[in-house]
Write a protein of this length. Sequence first.
Length: 249
Amino acid sequence: MIRHALFATLAIVTAGGLAAQIHRTDAGATIAAALADPARADQATDDDRRMAAQVLAFSGVKPGDTVVDYLPGRYYWTRILTDMVGPSGKVLAMWPAALADRSAKALPDTLLKWKLANVGYVANPTNLPSASVPVDLFWTVENYHDIPRNGAGEPALRAFDGAVFRMLKSGGTYLVVDHADVPGTALAGTQDKHRIDPDFVKRQIQSVGFRFVGASPALRNPADDHAKSVFDPSIRGHTDQFIYKFRKP
């Protein structure tokens, strides 16, 4: 009986390990195909600097997911995510009310021109994110530090994180990538340096109910002393950045 139980346990463990390996292989193939899409060749030269493959793998994004790309800038990540989620998924390129006019003006030269079938443009009626459907992944890159600027402070972050929490499905993922500031500085560098203390971000997001899953070192840069603005020519494009993943229970 003991031998049979042991063999059964080993079979389960082996099968679980094999399934995980297959999943990693499939995910790697999906990422490679998304990055190789010739339709985004104009942005592909930025993939290495952004560590795109590593960030995507860490996020866990997969075919069929509904993903919010919040404050998507020039839609770098949007164009990759459209291939990652596939025809059964959806990418919501989402803008707050404060930037809706500016983003709408760019539509003819971006999303409308590219005709991405599984991408929707969302201009929120307020500066808090919201969606008409529950989402699997909320994704924001180099934007979190902007939320408390101009005197908005921690209450703005709490309201924002709470809105994200409500949008996500149970088990959904909240991915935050941002420019790191000196530990212990909290929000002090958000206004002038456009940086934020990673430990503060972790505590803040957990305070509204998220569980911290882990961090990726893919964009860390020990040569950045955090003293300069992220727009300083000596460090721009190569700042020390943290990648945090949180999950809604």
